[in-house]
Design a protein around this ligand. Sequence first.
Ligand code: ZN
Ligand code: ZN
Length: 81
Amino acid sequence: MEFDYKSRRWKKKRIKILRRDGFLCQECKRYGKRVEAVTVHHIKHASEYPELAYKDDNLVSLCSACHNRMHPEKAAAGKKY
Ligand SMILES: [Zn+2]
Ligand SMILES: [Zn+2]
């Protein structure tokens, strides 16, 4: 089953994770850059690990550039999330 990114539960979770991460991209932060995060990414993909979809430690805030890098398969398919 596809993960529902439009669900209310996810929207609330997403804000919680962004707030935890200070609204900064955690990947850029590793390189000392402060870039606003726009996406919350599943480290283990929600489609393969639905049981981890709402686990805080499986979620990380990223900017769109870093997020696209995490998803070569989606970029190739022309999808974005
Ligand atoms: Zn980034
Ligand atoms: Zn992602």
